[in-house]
Structures are given as structure tokens and as C-alpha cells.
Design a protein around this ligand. Structure first.
Ligand SMILES: NC(=O)c1ccc[n+]([C@@H]2O[C@H](COP(=O)([O-])OP(=O)(O)OC[C@H]3O[C@@H](n4cnc5c(N)ncnc54)[C@H](OP(=O)(O)O)[C@@H]3O)[C@@H](O)[C@H]2O)c1
Length: 311
């Protein structure tokens, strides 16, 4: 029986939703929090907050103490160098695995990886996520583990897709290149449900699983804009942004970030991810291993997201 869960990343978009879901399910939560992020502690999560970080092994030992399961939602999603991504996505993960494996009775371990790990050559982010998966497979010993590879996650609190929805609410949709590339999406609450379902299984279904909202063949940006228009009945003008221009801006942004020392989102690697033609995935193996099925398709998820953020 999985009663006590250690979680990382509970101050972030995905982790906060997962921790909220576990709070609702009545689970006991031990959540890692960085001292500099104490002000971000979400009020609706009932947890024993452990101050520390993925660089700090003693705090990770405290975090996993007495836990039946560990859920690693923390991750670096922006950065200027491979090392900045590795810090959380592979090196930090290795510390967390070490803390878990060193316990007399190892907890089960769920890594929230990313569909981008399927294409590690595209960006430092994608490479670090794939590296993290390898670290888990190589260093877990007899600890049972599962890897989830969600596609693009959206919902209130997201910082990547939500800004585009906000643009659309103002009547403008930026479309990168042809906009014909296809990608899967998942509403954040469905992802949190999948994590809760993993905890409710008698044993941990080991392996690597992709997750999306179940819409076959995914979406293109034109589909997303069409869904938005039907939902809001407001005119949305498509503005096509040439790839070459975005690549240039990304290069300048990366250079500026390296000089000024901030973690950039728009980098040449991110542009390669965004312009990759196929980010479509499939739930079949996860559903047959666990019985989990997504519930929220884009029209419903978009409606709930816009309502919740008040646009
Ligand atoms: N969002 C998506 O569309 C998406 C899709 C697929 C996979 N994922 C994966 O889901 C995970 C969470 O993504 P997100 O969108 O929720 O990102 P996010 O909002 O930026 O949250 C990242 C979380 O990780 C924590 N973190 C980062 N570095 C850390 C470190 N060195 N030590 C301790 N905590 C650290 C952050 O803590 P602070 O609050 O202290 O910064 C925050 O809680 C990532 O692993 C990402 O790869 C996300």
C-alpha cells in the first residue's frame, strides 16, 4: 500500500498539480522545496515540506525517509548550457536515486521525463531528459521504477502554451513556420490522474510510457486555433512567423542569457524542438499496463484553462 509519497518539483506547474491531486486523494506527502522558493509554496497542498535541493544529498535522504514512493517532477525546462539542464535532469536525479536506493527498503520511483527524450539530438533539454532516463535505468539497482514521457502539458499555471492562448484571446495567433507540424497535448489534471493511478497499482508497471490526451494523430497549430475559435467565437488572426527570424532571435537571446546569466526559454534548441514535425504519441502501452485513460480533450481542457485564469 502506497501511503507516503516523496515528491520533487511541487512548486512547479506539473508538480503542484500532482501534489494537489495526491492531497485530494488523502496521501501523506513529503515535498522538497528550495529555500529560495519558500514563497512559492502552494497553499492547497498539504505536505511536510523539506528544505533542500537536488544538489544536497542529506536533504534528499530526509525527503525519501519513510516514503513508499518517490515522484520526481522537478526539472530544468529552461537554460543556456547543457550543464544547466543536467543539474536537475540527470545529476540531481542521480542524487535522488542514490538517496532512495540507499534506504533499507527501496520505495518505488516514478520519473516524469518528457516526450522530448525521444529526440535527444534536438536540444540540451531533450538530451538531458534522455540522460536522466538512462541514469534511472542504470543506477536504480533493485528499486522498481517507471518513466512517464508526457507530451506538451497545458493548463492553468503553464508558462509555455498558456501565453499563446492569451495571445489568441486578444485575437492574434503566432504560427511558427507552416504550422503543419503535429503534436500531442495533455491537460495537466489528466497527467496528475495518471500519476495517482500509478500509485494505486499494486505493483509498479516498469518501463517507459508516453502520455497524451488520447486524440489520435495529435494536433497542428491550425487545429488548436480552430478549437479556440469555436470555443470563444472570436476572430483570431494567424500571424506566420518565419522560422529564420525566430532562429535569429533565439541566437541573440541565448547570447544575452550567457552574458547576463539568466536561464532562457527561447534558444536555438527550443526552436528545433518547436519546429520538429512529429511530436505525436500514443497511450496504448500505458493504458494496457495500468488501465489509465485520459478524460479531457482539447475543447474541454482549453475551456477549463481559460475559465480558471479568467480569460
Ligand atoms: N510543462 C510541460 O509541458 C512538460 C512536458 C513534458 C515533461 N515535463 C516535465 O515535467 C517536469 C516539470 O516541468 P514544469 O513544466 O512543471 O516546470 P516548472 O514549472 O519550471 O517547475 C520545475 C520544478 O522543478 C524544481 N527544480 C528545478 N531545479 C531544481 C533543483 N536543482 N533542485 C530542486 N528543485 C528544482 C523547481 O523548483 P523551484 O520552484 O525552486 O524553481 C520547480 O518546482 C520537468 O521535469 C519537465 O521536463 C513538462
Amino acid at each position: 500500500m502506497v501511503d507516503t509519497i516523496a515528491i520533487t518539483g511541487a512548486t512547479g506547474f506539473v508538480g503542484a498539480e500532482v501534489a494537489q491531486r495526491l492531497t485530494t486523494a488523502g496521501k501523506r506527502i513529503q515535498a522538497l522545496i528550495r529555500p529560495e522558493s519558500l514563497r512559492k509554496k502552494p497553499a492547497d497542498i498539504a505536505a511536510n515540506w523539506i528544505e533542500g535541493s537536488l544538489d544536497d544529498l542529506p536533504s534528499l535522504r530526509l525527503l525519501v525517509e519513510g516514503a513508499d514512493a518517490v515522484i520526481h517532477c522537478a526539472g530544468a525546462v529552461r537554460g543556456a548550457t547543457l550543464d544547466q539542464f543536467r543539474r536537475a535532469n540527470s545529476k540531481g536525479l542521480a542524487h535522488l536515486i542514490r538517496a532512495a536506493v540507499d534506504r533499507q527498503r527501496s520505495p518505488r520511483f516514478l520519473l516524469i521525463s518528457s516526450l522530448s527524450a525521444r529526440e535527444p539530438h534536438l536540444s540540451h533539454y531533450a538530451a538531458s531528459k534522455r540522460e536522466g532516463e538512462r541514469v534511472l535505468a542504470g543506477q536504480s539497482g533493485r528499486m522498481p521504477w517507471t518513466i512517464y514521457r508526457p507530451c506538451a502539458v497545458y493548463g492553468p499555471g503553464d508558462r509555455e502554451i498558456l501565453p499563446v492562448f492569451k495571445w489568441m484571446a486578444n485575437g492574434v495567433a503566432p504560427v511558427l513556420g507552416s504550422g503543419n507540424g503535429r503534436f500531442s497535448l495533455i491537460f495537466v489534471k489528466d497527467l496528475a490522474d495518471a500519476v495517482n493511478n500509478w500509485l494505486d497499482q499494486d505493483c509498479c508497471h516498469s518501463g517507459t510510457y508516453e502520455l497524451h490526451d488520447g486524440h489520435p494523430g495529435g494536433y497542428s497549430w491550425h487545429d488548436v486555433i480552430g478549437t479556440f475559435r469555436r470555443l470563444r467565437s472570436n476572430a483570431v488572426i494567424r500571424i506566420r512567423i518565419p522560422l529564420v527570424l525566430v532562429k535569429m532571435v533565439a541566437r541573440v537571446n541565448l547570447l544575452t542569457a550567457r552574458i547576463l546569466g539568466y536561464a532562457p526559454m527561447l534558444t536555438p534548441g527550443k526552436v528545433r524542438e518547436l519546429s520538429h514535425p512529429d511530436w505525436v504519441c500514443d497511450n496504448a502501452s500505458l493504458s494496457s499496463a495500468s488501465g489509465w485513460l485520459p478524460k479531457v480533450l482539447l475543447p474541454e481542457g482549453l475551456k477549463r484553462t481559460l475559465n480558471q485564469v479568467g480569460i
